[in-house]
Ligand binder design. Structure first.
Ligand code: SAM
Length: 239
């Protein structure tokens, strides 16, 4: 049997937003290693894995050792990441270490919180006449020295900013777009306690704080949040 670890996207929170393939692997796993508070416990409970490990607080060496030992013991290992593993998932460093040990990796994509947020907002992220481009980024912080928010905000593209719920004021001050540009903060998109706060670049940080949002949220900025007023034109798709 090939020595392998499955990296699976858990989706944004709603346990039904995992793919069919992801759920089937999760159910069959002997060992499940999941990304702490960002994965819904209801989903973890759907797995019959005998060993379920929360990776919160584990360092890379511990994580890789846990996966390697289980693979060497002939177990089927699933590493569950929140949303889609390709966004802020730090999977490449895990894959590199596993490959050094002769362990292959297969990745099953997931629904990113970015798409759950767009669904909650009832809009498109790209919209004819408003924005044809999407910028996905994050602010500087404990794990990143410098960000590119200021430079990126000059393009008029829709922006989705991860990992910034506790510094919305700092982020919005960097944005080069006009203060009346529509903005929204989505906390826990697709979870039962999801919250949406709408405003503008000028007031969204205060509004989000007034609504008690301090973590696990996305900041979305751009005319797609207010398409009628921002020049949206009919697409050619249904013309
Ligand atoms: C380490 S990143 C993981 C992102 C994940 N890979 C994805 O595709 O959604 C964690 C950040 O994603 C965002 N996030 C994750 N789940 C979220 C959700 N359900 N609603 C809003 N933001 C979420 C927050 O900005 C959070 O700080």
């Amino acid at each position: 049997m090939q020595r392998k670890v499955w990296f699976v996207g858990a989706g944004p929170g709603d346990p039904d937003l995992i793919t069919i393939k992801g759920l089937s692997l999760l159910k069959k796993a002997d060992v499940l290693i999941y990304a702490g508070s960002l994965v819904n416990p209801v989903l973890i409970a759907r797995s019959e894995a005998r060993i379920k490990l929360d990776s919160w607080g584990m360092d890379l060496e511990e994580l890789v050792l846990a996966m390697e030992s289980a693979v060497n013991a002939g177990k089927m290992v699933v590493r569950l990441h929140s949303g889609d593993p390709s966004l802020y998932g730090a999977i490449v460093e895990q894959i590199d270490e596993l490959e050094k040990r002769g362990i292959a990796v297969d990745i099953v994509p997931g629904v990113s919180s970015l798409f759950a947020a767009a669904a909650a907002l009832g809009t498109q992220l790209t919209l004819r006449g408003v924005s044809e481009s999407l910028i996905v980024t994050r602010p500087a912080g404990k794990t990143l020295d410098h960000d590119q928010i200021r430079e990126l905000s000059g393009h008029g593209a829709t922006m989705v900013i991860f990992l910034g719920a506790e510094k919305l004021g700092e982020i919005t001050k960097k944005l080069l777009c006009p203060p009346d540009t529509p903005a929204a903060v989505i906390y826990h998109a697709s979870w039962p306690d999801q919250k949406i706060v709408r405003g503008t670049v000028g007031d969204i940080a205060k509004k989000a704080t007034d609504n008690g949002i301090e973590r696990t949220a996305l900041l979305v900025v751009g005319g797609v949040l207010d398409p009628q007023k921002r020049g949206h034109t009919r697409s050619y798709l249904y013309s």
